[in-house]
Ligand binder design. Structure first.
Ligand SMILES: [Zn+2]
Length: 76
């Protein structure tokens, strides 16, 4: 399994600063058929139904992700 890291950003990057590939939105929750299709074609990343939070209850779920290297981007 590839190790992915999370980078804090101000706004959605057009390209991944690590590998230069496409950066797309990460969608959380149970995906419907439409979302599954978008995920298959690389338009979105499915974040799963569990939203990760730290011990203080702050959500740690990143908003965008690189389709290639798995780097995640979280807005400030
Ligand atoms: Zn990348």
């Amino acid at each position: 399994m590839r190790k992915s890291k999370t980078i804090t950003i101000e706004r959605k990057p057009r390209k991944c600063p690590v590998c230069g590939n496409k950066v797309v939105k990460i969608v959380y929750g149970m995906p419907g058929p439409e979302l599954m299709e978008q995920a298959m074609s690389g338009e979105v990343i499915l974040g799963g139904c569990c939203i990760i939070s730290d011990e203080n209850g702050n959500q740690l779920d990143p908003e965008f992700g690189c389709v290639e290297c798995g780097t995640r981007f979280k807005r400030k």
